[in-house]
Ligand binder design. Structure first.
Ligand code: C2E
Ligand code: CA
Ligand code: CA
Length: 466
């Protein structure tokens, strides 16, 4: 009998363990071990319906990673998972014990702040989360830089609709993204109807691409010693029919995350090379270099080389007139991408390392990547104006090193005569910035090259609009 009782006890214990396990599975995210959506909503409901002192509110922070998809696409699924786990750990480490972090799925996380007295208390935590995720991560022995956008919604207690609170925080997160990412935004009731959801904007972008609603502007790049025009850089613009100008800082990451960057990038290349074909006819347009920004996810797409060939062929554009601008992020994509860049360069296409000075700049990349041009970022250029001579010393030696490696240097974001003067003294080869010329339409570039604007029908054919 004792045996039977023991056996029963064992069964009960086993069943309990299994039930606990199933329950845990039903309510936790398998990858990070954090509460999942269902569990988070439960906890949120408990929190917002609990009677509490009048000045005690609950806040939901909706967190979305800004550059997760490119990392996941390029380094692979395992690395992506590793990154999500590390993100979860940082989030947990950045909040206090009575608050809760959950994972909604993908690269979306939520935080419940159980007791806040003012909105400021919530924004302080949001700021801390943004800062925490701004620090680089190391996954699959690559250093990767991501960031996060955080939306905050605050509910007075009692509040009966926890899902609504998450929706509001999501809405606010979207505004944080639209504002340029790596930041937080607070939900405001008035913005509810006026603002758009991310999905809507993504759908609009798809349509904009199909209907040719994007346009390109071009910023001239000049030779430093005689200020003659040497190149133009193509920069994409989207004038949204309802929401006005959507800046590239919103548009490009959104295109990367939704995969639309491949179509968008192809459109940019095609449109820019067509304009270039027009400019080549102008008196000073024969040797104009065309700078086109390409993002890592675009390069990583298997069809990139073939597309590029086809597009260059369409207007018989000499490959050596094309300057592809890539950022240091491509290094994180590994050696295959470096091989691809080498192959492009072997065919005559020129390569620039863009944004040098922003983020985790490393001089090593100058040697690892097959480059022709180094673009010194506005951050460095801005630093020149101050009394601080350190920035000057750095820029001076970077330019010197670039020259030793056989690279030409473009200094960009020049806004003052003072900066221009210093950069000339430091032997920057090429200069670009609002001081010299703002980005402008293709016709204006024709004029700068001593030509006349293209006739209207040719303009339509070139896909360019005023
Ligand atoms: P970027 O490649 O570093 O481009 C230079 C940015 O600096 C442009 O911003 C340009 O308008 C701005 N700029 C130039 N001179 C000055 C100056 O003197 N002062 C200031 N404050 N700004 C100056 P924009 O057009 O907003 O583009 C932002 C970024 O979006 C670009 O940075 C580039 O990374 C990306 N982007 C733009 N077009 C494309 C595209 O067609 N494809 C891809 N993949 N990325 C693009
Ligand atoms: Ca650029
Ligand atoms: Ca740049």
């Amino acid at each position: 009998q004792a045996g039977v009782a023991m056996r029963n006890g064992q069964l009960v214990a086993e069943q309990r363990a299994m039930r606990d396990q199933l329950e845990h599975r039903a309510f936790h995210d398998g990858l990070t071990g954090l509460p999942n959506r269902a569990r988070f909503l439960q906890r949120l409901e408990e929190s917002v319906t609990r009677p509490a002192p009048e000045d005690e509110q609950a806040a939901v922070l909706f967190i979305d990673l800004d550059r997760f998809k490119p990392v996941n696409d390029s380094l692979g699924h395992d690395a992506g998972n590793e990154l999500l786990i590390a993100v979860a750990q940082r989030l947990v480490g950045s909040i206090s014990a009575h608050d809760i972090v959950g994972r909604l799925g993908g690269d979306e996380f939520v935080v419940l702040l159980d007791r806040v007295r003012t909105a400021d208390e919530a924004t302080v935590v949001a700021e801390r989360l943004v800062t925490a995720l701004n620090e680089p991560f190391v996954v699959a022995s690559h250093e990767v830089a991501i960031s996060c956008s955080v939306g905050i919604a605050i509910a007075p207690r009692p509040f009966t609709n926890p899902a609504e609170l998450v929706r509001r925080a999501d809405q606010a997160m979207y505004r944080a993204k639209a504002g340029g990412r790596a930041r937080w935004a607070l939900y405001q009731a008035g913005h509810d109807t006026a603002s758009v959801t991310r999905l809507q904007l993504e759908a609009d972008l798809r349509t904009a691409l199909q209907r040719d609603q994007l346009r390109l502007v071009y910023q001239p790049v000049y030779r430093a010693y005689d200020q003659s025009i040497v190149a133009v850089e193509a920069l994409v613009r989207w004038d949204h029919p309802q929401h006005g100008a959507i800046p590239p800082s919103t548009l490009i990451p959104m295109a990367e995350e939704s995969g639309l960057i491949v179509d968008l990038g192809r459109w940019v290349l095609r449109t820019a090379t067509r304009s270039h074909a027009q400019w080549r006819q102008a008196p000073r347009g024969g040797s104009l270099l065309l700078g086109v920004n390409v993002s890592p996810s675009q390069l990583n797409h298997p069809g990139f080389s073939a597309d590029l060939d086809r597009i260059l062929g369409e207007t018989a554009m000499p490959p050596s007139s094309l300057l592809l601008e890539v950022t240091e992020n491509v290094v994180a994509l590994g050696s295959e991408l470096v091989d691809l860049l080498s192959a492009l360069r072997a065919r005559g296409v020129r390569l620039a390392l863009d944004d040098f000075g922003q983020g985790q700049t490393s001089l090593r990349h100058l040697r690892e990547l097959p480059l022709d041009v180094l673009k010194i970022d506005k951050v460095f250029v801005d630093g020149l104006a101050g009394e601080e001579s350190l920035d000057r010393a750095i820029v001076r030696s970077v330019i010197g090193l670039a020259h030793e490696l056989g690279l030409r240097v473009i200094a960009e974001g020049i806004e003052s005569e003072n900066q221009l003067q210093l950069l000339r003294e430091m032997r920057a080869d090429l200069i670009q910035g609002y001081l010299l010329h703002r980005p402008t339409g293709p016709d204006q570039i024709s004029v700068l090259l001593g030509g006349v604007p293209a006739p209207v029908d040719a303009r339509v054919a070139a896909g360019a609009r005023a």
